[in-house]
Design a protein around this ligand. Structure first.
Ligand code: BES
Ligand code: MN
Ligand code: ZN
Length: 499
């Protein structure tokens, strides 16, 4: 779908979309169209349950007296406060609706309340961003789809008083959209296609955007003593990789120590010898979402030439049961030197991250360390699919991440940590065991385990198991891999770390 911007006007064909605020409140443009149609817009709303709430749409086909194919009313919700997120939702909802109708051309009139605090060009760009985000589709393996089953919208033109200004703002979001799409592509890719080696190859391709890419193979990792990561990989026919993506954009005077982002990249998590039940196991193709999101963020930073130094570290392995797989009860020696008793081979993400986090700290001496991982099913029990779990060693870091998440509509919820939880990880024969004694506080125990491999650096852990994959569409996120975390971390870096 192409996006364009133009001055307001009544199009001669296609669909005209207008926004309606809560309680069926039309804006100036809506009122004018309603008048010219003899009150048909008001009558149509009154005849339906459409009230202008967020996510609502009302379609008026072939409106008499106009040459348009349809008028589409889209709910804006409460007019105050009007945020980027509410306009993204309008763009996304309208685009998704029209894509199912066969319509090819549409014009979106943002009929905002006059007193709105959000500048019109920013609102227009946000609506376009929302349409693009929702328009994402992973269709590389659909070969027999009929044209009438495909999304139909070819062009969406957003009407705004200063189209050039809106266009500039929208173009500035190009790298962000590319980063989110990259993350979603990787997440949705099946595990036979996206092995650790294939994932690393995709990362190598990111050099074209100015990222420095380094790939460690199994022998290099063995040389570094990464027994925890390699223990997970040893049951699989697919060899592991550790990828680093570096972006150096900090101006000379600024802090040159990088922010380091670490991602769990388990390309398939069968559970290993502690094998998972068959039902739903296909979901474990997206157990590499943390690594995908880190790759997506790095793509954004390079694309927009961010004024900050950031390194992404991706631990890529497949967790399989086999004659060579690690056993429950095995003890592995991590790169940090700490020994780990592997009680449950399905708590593999933390083993991968133990070595990736150690490597990140030793190699890059970060000023801030943040990891993303689909680490625990327990975080879904705690927070559902609406918030990701946040753990942080410092309140200020937690606040910054919480704030960034709220702004971009990728909300986090902070969970506690502490000594009293940590003791449950003490092993009888090694330095630490990889699970606690029961199911209580499963996400917290996962975070406590990771913390054993984190030194003095300010550190945050995002457990994204509940938000990495969507089973149903929402306004700006089609079902499938969500890319949750790309926008959040991009905003966090822009707001707190750029020189
Ligand atoms: N990848 C899973 C966590 C997960 C579950 C992600 C559901 C997305 C959806 C992780 O490796 C895992 O298996 N965790 C175990 C930990 C347990 C053995 C302590 C879990 O959550 O059951
Ligand atoms: Mn697992
Ligand atoms: Zn896993």
């Amino acid at each position: 779908m192409d996006i364009a911007f133009a001055e307001p006007g009544l199009p001669a064909s296609g669909t005209l979309i207008i926004t309606v605020s809560q309680d069926r409140t039309l804006g100036p443009a809506g009122l004018e169209i309603d008048r010219s149609l003899g009150g048909a817009v008001g009558r149509a709303m009154a005849a339906s349950r459409f009230t202008g709430k967020k996510d609502e749409v009302l379609e008026l086909l072939a409106p008499a007296g106009l040459t348009l194919t349809r008028l589409l009313l889209v709910g804006l919700g409460k007019p105050e406060p009007l945020t980027d997120t509410s306009l993204e939702a309008v763009g996304g909802t309208a685009a998704a609706f029209l894509n199912r109708t066969g319509e090819t051309e549409a014009w979106l009139r943002l009929d905002l309340p006059a007193e709105s605090a959000l500048p019109a060009d920013q609102a227009a760009a946000a609506a376009a961003v929302g349409a693009q985000l929702r328009g994402y589709r992973f269709d590389r393996y659909r070969t027999t789809e009929k044209p009438e089953q495909k999304p139909s919208l070819v062009r969406l033109t957003v009407q705004v008083a200063d189209p050039a200004a809106a266009e500039r703002l929208f173009a500035g979001n190009g790298p962000l959209l590319a980063g989110v799409s990259l993350a979603r592509d990787l997440i949705s890719e099946p595990a036979n296609r996206l092995t650790p080696v294939a994932f690393a190859d995709r990362c190598t391709g990111l050099a074209e955007f100015g990222l420095e890419v380094a790939v460690l193979d199994q022998a290099r990792m063995a040389g570094l003593g990464m027994g925890a990561l390699l223990g997970v990989a040893q049951g699989s026919a697919q060899p592991p990789r550790l990828v680093t993506l570096s972006w150096r954009g900090a101006p000379a005077a600024a802090d040159s120590r990088p922010v380091v982002l670490v991602g769990k990249g388990v390309t398939f998590d069968s559970g290993g010898i502690s094998i998972k039940p068959a039902a739903g196991m296909e979901d474990m193709k997206w157990d590499m979402a943390g690594a995908a999101v880190v790759a997506g963020v790095m793509r954004v930073l390079a694309g927009r030439k961010a004024r900050v130094n950031v390194v992404g570290v991706l631990g890529l392995v497949e967790n399989m049961p086999s004659g060579t797989a690690q056993r429950p009860g095995d003890v592995v020696v991590s790169a940090s030197g700490k020994t780990i008793e592997v009680i449950n081979t399905d708590a593999e993400g933390r083993l991968v991250l133990a070595d990736a986090l150690w490597y990140a700290q030793e190699t890059f001496k970060p000023r801030v360390l943040i990891d993303l991982a689909t680490l625990t099913g327990a975080v879904i029990i705690a927070l559902g699919h609406e918030h990701a779990g946040l753990f942080a060693t410092e309140d200020s870091l937690a606040e910054q991440l919480l704030g960034a998440g709220r702004k971009v509509g990728e909300p986090l919820w902070r969970l506690p940590m502490g000594e009293s939880y940590d003791k449950d990880l003490n092993s009888d024969i090694a330095d630490v065991k990889n699970v606690g004694s029961g199911r209580a506080g499963g996400s917290i125990l996962g975070a406590q385990f990771l913390k054993r491999f984190v030194g003095e650096v300010p550190w945050a852990h995002l457990d994204i198991a509940g938000v990495a994959w969507a089973k149903k569409d929402s306004a700006t996120v089609p079902k499938g891999g969500t890319g949750f975390g790309v926008r959040l971390l991009d905003r966090f870096l822009a707001d707190t770390a750029e020189g």
